[in-house]
Design a binder for this molecule. Structure first.
Ligand SMILES: Cc1ncc(COP(=O)(O)O)c(C=O)c1O
Length: 383
């Protein structure tokens, strides 16, 4: 969120001067991650509709869109409103639409030249066609398709339901059929890089199959896309160029979960939690740090290559074994802790397991260049 008060505090200072815990964003890495994804789309000849929920900031979305401020997908109405108020266009509110949200969607449709909603079932399409849109406009809708993720969306095998919804959207008095949206969240359940590619390819084929089914019935998908960060961070497949867009989001930051799925290297991870050592407990072989679950979340236990919740930068022998709200318990992975290496007040850096969730814990992100603070990003919060 653009901050109205000019707040220069910490700018120009080393990150080590910040109070902890602090959420650090490496600007060069973020810029590289964003450019790489934009280049991948250019290579494929398709659009990048970046998911912005990972960071929820104007600055992050500027980098994701290459400065165009066009073509994004949000996970909340609140994000859509914030981006619309900051000059973004072609915004998809990428969450199953319910009637309760129609008034806010009406306001967004009034404000934007291109605003799309996402529909999950025939009932909401019927509701849209009974709801007068702003003058001279239609409700533009993507159909969310579940291609194996078992979360939101019409099951990809239920061709008839997709056809019925697409027909209603195409023929209805107030609606416009935009196309198909597949999230590809099942790429997170893949065990390795090859499995990620297999899941990705299956999602692409299922999306394209449905597109063809619709085409055979005279219904054109203006847009068809798949996307999660694991599925879009691999080398591209030629079939992906038959899509019109992809919509990953986490890639802006990456995290240790993505590293374990083969989406990135540890060096690509653009965000860290900075924390300080607050106590030593040699009797039980632990140190305490000021990073509890309110600064990291409790995601990831047992899912990374070392025991515990997170990797510590440059300290592979440390493991984060437990957290209360404001404290974390750290032990040695092997052998005994050398307490002289971790004096009280010394700084450690943690790579989050899931950067979207960890970022959501912070009211401000400290953006740095070579560990010197250059910007502060204020994410929007709320729903
Ligand atoms: C609907 C939808 N689209 C796109 C994304 C982006 O996926 P990722 O976070 O893997 O980049 C998400 C993330 O959960 C999502 O829920």
């Amino acid at each position: 969120m653009a901050h109205s008060v000019v707040d220069m505090k910490w700018l120009g200072h080393p990150v080590t001067s910040l109070p902890t815990p602090a959420f650090l964003v490496d600007h060069d890495k973020v810029a590289k991650n964003c450019n790489d994804m934009l280049n991948k789309c250019k290579q494929l000849g398709i659009k990048l509709r970046a998911q912005v929920k990972t960071h929820k900031t104007v600055e992050g979305a500027d980098l994701q869109t290459g400065g165009t401020r066009r073509c994004i997908v949000t996970s909340t109405l609140h994000e859509a409103e914030m981006y619309a108020n900051n000059g973004f266009e072609d915004i998809l509110y990428g969450y199953p639409l319910i009637p309760f949200h129609l008034q806010r969607c009406y306001d967004l449709r009034s404000k934007l030249q291109q605003f799309h909603v996402m529909v999950n079932n025939c009932d909401i399409v019927t509701t849209l066609n009974k709801t007068e849109p702003p003058a001279g406009k239609r409700w533009s809708a993507f159909i969310k398709v579940d291609a194996g993720n078992n979360r939101a969306g019409v099951c990809w095998q239920n061709t008839q339901a997709v056809v019925d919804m697409a027909c209603q959207l195409s023929d209805g008095p107030h609606t416009e059929f935009q196309g198909l949206y597949v999230h590809c969240g099942n790429s997170y359940s893949a065990g390795n890089l090859e499995q990620v590619k297999t899941v990705r390819d299956l999602n692409v084929e299922r999306a394209l199959h449905l597109t063809q089914e619709l085409q055979q019935r005279g219904i054109t998908c203006k847009n068809v896309g798949i996307g999660s960060t694991p599925s879009c961070s691999q080398e591209v497949s030629t079939r992906m160029s038959s899509l019109t867009e992809i919509h990953p989001g986490n890639y802006i930051f990456y995290d240790s979960q993505q590293e374990s799925l083969g989406s990135c290297s540890m060096d690509d991870i653009a965000v860290r939690v900075m924390t300080r050592v607050v106590s030593h407990f040699p009797d039980r072989g632990q140190i305490l740090i000021d990073c509890g679950f309110a600064a990291l979340t409790k995601q990831g236990y047992g899912k990374i290559s070392i025991p515990g919740y997170a990797h510590f930068q440059d300290n592979p022998n440390l493991k984060l074994v437990d957290m209360t709200q404001e404290l974390g318990k750290v032990e040695a992975v092997h052998g005994k802790l050398d307490y002289s290496q971790y004096p009280i007040g010394s700084i450690l850096y943690i790579y989050p397991f899931h950067s979207c969730a960890t970022a959501a814990m912070y009211p401000v992100y400290y953006v740095h260049h070579n560990n010197c603070i250059t910007e502060k990003w204020y994410p929007t919060r709320g729903w």
